[in-house]
Design a protein around this ligand. Structure first.
Ligand code: AMP
Ligand code: FE
Ligand code: FE
Ligand code: ZN
Length: 284
């Protein structure tokens, strides 16, 4: 019997997914997945609930995170797997990131509210207490107010970086992100690095520098990587002997991405587990 699919990138309501960690685990089980990684943006707050939820389901949980980093104007997302969630440097940096995201979201909403009838409370109503806040929650508030039909439309319009309302949040460089995850015993995998055209969001030289800093893998099978970009990433992965992953980047109802729509080869997943020293998968 072929092994059940391994999906290494999902979000819960701890960040911008629409399901609680326990609901997400149930959805993964119902979808027939064998393994899921919980990778909320800049937070490990869902690990405990997801760990309890996998018990008895037969689903293996890989605790992780999607760390926000930035290189110039480029947002670079760094997946981290099986690190120590109490690592002081990582805890401090993610707290700083969430705080910066909160104040940045407040400022974006303040600008939007000059033109649309929307308040900060509308955004809070669309998020759970302590969640990593981002434009998705503002998008949901705009949808609830009738200013956009869905999240994607809000991103294409009012929340677009060229809309005049946008500003970035603070973020460490990708190099710092890789080191933080490695120093916490985790496995860094660069997320969906080729969402525009042929070239990844980091240059060939930048890629080599990330590998020198400890980058261990690259997420290639992801719906937002372009086919040409994915082909280029395969060359880079072979050149640097990187772990290659595939994932859904599921956000519940927040995005069209479905659980298991892309998955990771079991041999590649084994490389992640073998390299991690901060935490272990939880076999449900
Ligand atoms: P932020 O980090 O606050 O700038 O928002 C970016 C986040 O919004 C990403 O992590 C995605 O999960 C989400 N996102 C980006 N584009 C879209 C879209 N078109 N529809 C829904 N969610 C999106
Ligand atoms: Fe997201
Ligand atoms: Fe991402
Ligand atoms: Zn993601």
């Amino acid at each position: 019997m072929p092994s059940r699919p391994i999906d290494l990138h999902t979000h819960s309501s701890v960040s911008d997914g629409t399901e609680t960690p326990a609901e997400l685990v149930r959805a993964a089980s119902a979808a027939g997945l064998g393994t899921i990684a919980l990778t909320d943006h800049d937070s490990t707050a869902g690990w405990a609930e997801a760990t309890r939820a996998v018990a008895g389901t037969g689903v293996t949980l890989v605790p992780g995170m999607e760390l926000s980093t930035r290189f110039g104007l480029n947002s670079v997302h760094m997946l981290g797997y099986l690190f120590d969630p109490t690592d002081p440097a990582l805890v401090a940096e993610t707290a700083r990131l969430r705080d910066s995201r909160l104040h940045r979201a407040e400022r974006i909403v303040e600008r939007i509210s000059a033109d649309y009838d929307i308040s900060w409370q509308d955004v809070l109503d669309q998020s759970t207490n302590g969640a990593t806040l981002g434009r998705p929650h503002i998008a949901d508030a705009l949808v609830a107010r009738g200013f956009a039909p869905d999240r994607s439309a809000a991103f294409a319009g009012i929340l677009h970086w060229r809309s005049g309302y946008y500003e970035p949040h603070e973020a460490p460089s990708p190099l710092v992100g890789v080191r933080l995850i490695r120093d916490a015993g985790g496995v860094p995998v660069i997320a969906h690095p080729a969402t525009h055209g042929r070239e990844p969001n980091v240059s060939e030289k930048g890629f080599a520098a990330l590998v020198d800093a400890g980058l261990m893998g690259v997420e290639i099978d992801h719906r937002e990587n372009t086919p040409a970009g994915a082909a280029r990433l395969r060359e880079l992965a072979a050149q640097h002997d990187l772990i290659v992953t595939g994932s859904s980047d599921y956000h519940g109802e927040g995005k069209p991405n479905r659980l298991g729509e892309n998955s990771t080869d079991p041999r590649q997943f084994e490389r992640i587990v073998a390299a991690a020293t901060g935490w272990t998968p939880i076999v449900g």
